[in-house]
Ligand binder design. Structure first.
Ligand SMILES: [Zn+2]
Length: 348
């Protein structure tokens, strides 16, 4: 699946976006496996049903519907069997990021899936940390981790994820999240795990309000202590909530193309990002599961620029929102913001 959301007249802006130093705050580990990476993993495991030929894979990645997306996603999960697979995936995801000038990313990782599949937590953590250090040294892309609870796997997965995050916290871990379906998976049940993770110094970044209404976002704020909201698409249905998010500077991690792919929003033109910005909410742009949704972060910036009517300066301001909303320390934020300013100044 390819996306060509950039109208021909916007090629200059697309080039500006491509070179712009960026931070990404909402992007999933396995969901970032591009056909190139999947081909490498499939070649390591010839018994898998996933094709190892990148050309055949392009077709394999063309989703018929959401159920098919889940099927493909799980077949990629099935390719990650050893610590070396984990390392390869993580490093190669960073390589794809570096090619887009993503200088800093908080990558959402679900250790539970790998631990359940038999990779010991220690070996898993060693593999991602090894990839993180190599990516920073060799590619210049700084990675940090958000460990998330796969909501559909219930409280057992919450307990396992929390134990790993608190008792075995790797150096790169900054936050604790919650993904998976929202319908039938109420946020408040995860409160004890978020309490424990927060007490251990981790930031709270649950997904909320992607496929359910604003009450889920309120629950994420009041029960889980959310400091940023993954998606938060339905916030626009509740003016009081929008005002709360704006007043308390709680950023939204907006992923436009993902919202269309999952049908959380019917069409891009109906995406509520404009209302979010108009309400004064700090909006960040993200790609979620980029190759699986036929997108990348640069495309998401182009899409958002179109929806908000932004020029290069507006796009640079959007990129700085992600720096502000990140869990980088103040020195790291200043450095990346200065890089964005220098790039923008050199091109205006
Ligand atoms: Zn997500």
């Amino acid at each position: 699946m390819t996306t060509s959301s950039v109208p021909a007249g916007d090629q200059d802006l697309a080039a500006f976006i491509a070179g712009l130093p960026k931070a990404e705050l909402h992007v999933h580990h396995v969901g970032s496996a591009s056909p190139r990476i999947v081909a490498e993993l499939a070649a390591r495991h010839p018994d898998s049903k996933v094709p190892a030929d990148p050309e055949v894979l392009a077709d394999y990645f063309t989703f018929r519907d959401f159920a098919h997306f889940i099927e493909v996603y799980l077949s990629v999960v099935d390719l990650i069997r050893t610590p070396e697979d984990v390392r390869l995936l993580t490093y190669e995801v960073a390589r794809d990021m570096a090619r887009q000038n993503i200088r800093y990313a908080e990558l959402t990782i679900t250790p539970y899936s790998s631990v359940r599949r038999g990779i010991p937590a220690e070996a898993f953590l060693e593999a991602i940390e090894d990839a993180r250090k190599a990516a920073e040294a060799e590619l210049g892309t700084v990675l940090r981790w958000c460990f998330d609870i796969p909501g559909e796997a219930g409280l057992e997965s919450a307990a396992v994820t929390c134990d790993i995050a608190v008792d075995q916290a790797p150096e790169g871990l900054v936050s604790f999240g919650l993904g998976g379906p929202e319908i039938g998976v109420p946020r408040p049940q995860f409160k004890p795990y978020f309490d424990r993770a927060r007490a251990a110094g981790l930031h709270s970044v649950p997904h909320a309000g992607e496929t359910t209404g604003p009450q889920t976002i309120w629950d994420a704020l009041t029960e889980l202590g959310a400091e940023r909201i993954g998606h938060g698409t339905s916030a626009v249905q509740d003016p009081r909530l929008l005002a709360h998010l704006a007043e308390h500077r709680i950023p939204l991690e907006v992923c436009p193309t993902s919202n269309i792919a999952t049908r959380a929003v019917a069409t891009l033109d109906e995406h509520p990002v404009k209302e979010m910005v108009a309400a004064g909410v700090l909006v960040t742009v993200n790609s979620d599961d980029p190759p699986m949704f036929g997108t990348d972060l640069n495309t998401e910036y182009a899409v958002t620029a179109r929806l908000l009517g932004l020029d290069a300066a507006g796009v640079a301001a959007l990129a700085k929102n992600a720096v502000t909303a990140s869990f980088l320390d103040e020195a790291g934020k200043s450095r990346l913001a200065a890089e964005i300013d220098a790039y923008t100044a050199a091109r205006s």
